[in-house]
Design a protein around this ligand. Structure first.
Ligand SMILES: Nc1nc2c(ncn2[C@@H]2O[C@H](COP(=O)(O)OP(=O)(O)OP(=O)(O)O)[C@@H](O)[C@H]2O)c(=O)[nH]1
Ligand SMILES: [K+]
Ligand SMILES: [Mg+2]
Length: 368
């Protein structure tokens, strides 16, 4: 492990020394590729490492979605958990009060959302400082990262945390790059671009692929704005996780109104004060919006739908997912479904398993 950390440091130092220009472009691209590979190795649990490896804290997933509270020490993560759930996580003015993952349940919109309060992370967390690697691995399993920031601290805290998460392959508020890569057994490399690329060329991709020992493959870059980093993310796609992130500035009771106004205007950002009980509900609502969970009300033939209890499915779900939520084997006897609501072209619409559902649809499943 020490070896890999040293190698990473060496590559980072070499990248810092290398001037960025046309002549060094290929070399820098290769270095980035190597860096990504070592970082992935760093996260793999070594032999006998047990749960101390990259697996994070063993909190089993429960409920309809998971939100991870990530931030530097003493920004108010545990205070926030205690506000929005019945769980009491220890709150104190000293750093590293929380030492493991503390799960709580937020009930909202008929859904149960698991909230994971995590220990504070520090710079260098991705390389294993503190419990950083476990914290970040736990964050990697979440549907939404709530990055809790201290409004009284320097603006760079946000960039530092983002860099830590990026270093272990988490991509915040982004989509996977629009690059097709298929690894083959023979036939050499075939690299094509849908339109002339702005930041890539064939030779560069060729070199990086060779460095990864990928000699036979098909590549199609579909977006002319893709960068070397996007290409490396495509090669490393098994180690990448695209997660939504909401930036939450806490302790706004201690900053000026002007400053507060600026913070609140940043994208994906909400502000709150746990101490004064300000903005907490806004944060919860924004979380709900970001998770894009879908509530489905089921209806039996001849009876009004039961609006008191919703089935919760994820965004982009279909009738098939609804069936799976009701019962494991319901699909097998499924004949058709009747749908009332935003996803139906007319009401009720008779649909099959592949029909995409929308929030607050009413669904009646008809079995064979
Ligand atoms: N001024 C102010 N202080 C707050 C607010 N929210 C929390 N605090 C204080 O900040 C300190 C740290 O709170 P915690 O909830 O323990 O912070 P944490 O992020 O869980 O800390 P670690 O577990 O150590 O990483 C405590 O003294 C809280 O009372 C707030 O909105 N305003
Ligand atoms: K604390
Ligand atoms: Mg805490």
């Amino acid at each position: 492990m020490v070896n890999i950390t040293e190698k990473i440091k060496e590559i980072e130092a070499e990248m810092a020394r290398t001037q960025k220009n046309k002549a060094t472009e290929y070399h820098l691209g290769l270095l980035k590729g190597k860096l990504a590979r070592y970082r992935a190795q760093l996260l793999e649990p070594g032999p006998g490492a047990g749960s101390a490896g990259g697996t994070g804290f063993d909190v089993s997933k429960s409920g309809d979605a998971r939100i991870a509270l990530v931030g530097f020490p003493s920004v108010g993560k545990s205070t926030f958990l205690s506000k929005i759930t019945k769980t009491k996580s220890i709150i104190a003015a000293y750093s590293f009060t929380t030492l493991t993952a503390i799960p709580g349940v937020l009930e909202y919109g008929g859904a149960e959302i698991q909230i994971l309060d995590l220990p504070g992370i520090i710079e260098g967390a991705a390389e294993g400082k503190g419990r950083g690697r476990q914290v970040i691995s736990a964050a990697k399993t979440s549907d939404l990262i709530l990055m809790v920031l201290d409004a009284t601290k320097k603006a760079e805290q946000r960039r530092l945390l983002e860099a830590e998460l990026e270093a272990v392959g988490i991509r915040l508020n982004r989509e996977p790059p629009n690059i097709y890569l298929k690894i083959k057994k023979a036939g050499g490399m075939k690299i094509t671009f849908s339109s002339p690329p702005k930041y890539l060329d064939e030779k560069m991709l060729y070199n990086i692929l060779r460095d990864y020992k990928i000699l036979n493959c098909e590549v199609l870059v579909r977006d002319d704005t893709c960068t070397v980093d996007d290409f490396i993310d495509t090669i490393m796609k098994d180690h990448r996780k695209y997660i939504k992130c909401l930036y939450v500035y806490n302790k706004i009771d201690s900053i000026s109104l002007d400053f507060l106004d600026n913070l609140a205007r940043e994208p994906h950002t909400v502000v709150m004060s746990c101490e004064l009980d300000l903005g907490i509900q806004d944060v919860v609502e924004r979380c709900w919006d970001e998770l894009k969970l879908i509530r489905i009300y089921t209806k039996r033939k001849g009876i009004d739908p039961d609006f008191s209890e919703a089935l919760i499915v994820r965004s982009n779900s279909t009738i098939e997912d609804v069936c799976d939520q009701v019962h494991r084997t319901l699909k097998e006897t499924f004949k058709y479904a009747l749908v009332w609501g935003a996803s139906a072209r007319h009401v009720p619409q008779r649909v099959g398993l592949g029909h995409p559902v929308a929030d607050e649809d009413v669904v009646s499943i008809v079995a064979k």
